[in-house]
Design a protein around this ligand. Sequence first.
Ligand code: CA
Length: 238
Amino acid sequence: MKVLVIEDDSAVADSILDGLGNASLACSLAGTGAAGIAALAEYAPDIVLLDLGLPDMDGTEVCRAIRRAGDTPIIIVSARDSEIDRVVALEMGADDFIVKPFGMRELVARIRAVTRRTLSGGAEPLEPLPTRRDFGSLIIDTRAQRIEVAGTALHLTPKEFELLVYLSADPGAVFRRTDILHDVWDTNWYGTTKTLDAHIAAIRKKLGDPGWIESVRGVGFRFAVPGPVSSDTSVTAP
Ligand code: CA
């Protein structure tokens, strides 16, 4: 699940991105209304968190623009707490409204509730991920902090472990380099992406098959179950 956060206040944005990352939600940040509307097509989010007080345009205009562009669910995040704003927000097409300050638990719960209501088919894993996930020969157990390939435990560094867990949370989904760096490393980490490449290379080597993590040129990486298509690759409950 990908969340587009349109928010100009960097302190608020940082705490939102941290909280979403902790909830294993991939996210991208836009600091202006125009950047947010552009990111809608580029990032193709599953849901948008929209601040109403933006520097370049009114949040209500952004909300209408997003709604004109499609059905992406919108949660308005605002410091304005009045009945009128709530009504206006819902009338202009938003799906929910949350007032600052708010807790991350509440925000994540609202995101899950809104996407549960709006997504059809239920293809996205809306429940918390099981602690033990079985991808055929690869088993990832976050509770035991253990990774096994064909029955043999692998020794990953904490960062390699975190990165593999992060990518495997949504098999097949492409994660952007900037999002991975943001979510797995530091919120204010602006170094080169060589560290990321080195970690990916190390994980591939340890897994014994580079096919587990595919490079998506110019974008990022995607976790995939390599080899012949098998029916035994589903995520199983603990
Ligand atoms: Ca603002």
